[in-house]
Design a protein around this ligand. Structure first.
Ligand code: ZN
Length: 167
């Protein structure tokens, strides 16, 4: 297993739409294991393949405090969503930024697991929020896209400055 570097805003690869996963092989399973390790180390509750430079419809999640509710989300599709609410949100690709965004409090998603088995998940609260956040990533969307242009530009400027300092 290995820690993967997490891309940060404004890396253009974060804007790519992940391709459908068609092959559920050992290579995919190794990537999933690395993504879980990277997510827990960050620490975070969700990580999309697009955040580690792999353009696939794949994300890993664990919203539990005990780290015992691992979920693998492959080729996800939203079946239903309800109850828009303001929720505080952050992202491993946009460190140190927390903003309120509108998310559905109830959501039903169909996806495939690491073995390619199709399953449905009905979620609410934090899990529903996390699902929407990760599915957005797989479509090249970031939570700052929901903010006002002014706020978004300010965050982008801050991130560019941060990267300059690191170089
Ligand atoms: Zn994120």
């Amino acid at each position: 297993m290995a820690l993967l570097p997490i891309l940060q805003l404004p890396d253009p690869r974060l804007r790519e739409r992940g391709a459908r996963v068609e092959t559920f092989d050992e290579k995919l399973h190794a990537l999933i294991a690395d993504m879980f390790e990277t997510m827990y180390a960050a620490p975070g509750i969700g990580l999309a393949a697009t955040q580690v430079g792999v353009s696939l419809q794949l994300a890993v999640m664990d919203c539990s405090e005990a780290h015992n509710e691992q979920r693998v989300l492959i080729n996800p599709e939203v079946l239903a969503e309800d109850d828009l609410e303001e929720m505080e949100e952050g992202c491993l690709s946009i460190p140190d930024v927390q903003e309120k965004v509108r998310r559905y409090n109830h959501i039903t998603v169909r996806a495939q697991d690491a073995a390619g088995q199709s399953y449905e998940i009905k979620a609410e609260g934090l899990l529903a929020q996390c699902l929407q956040h990760e599915i957005d990533h797989l479509n090249g969307k970031l939570f700052v896209d929901y903010l006002s242009r002014l706020k978004r530009d300010r965050i982008k400027k801050k991130m560019v400055k941060l990267h300059k300092r690191e170089q």
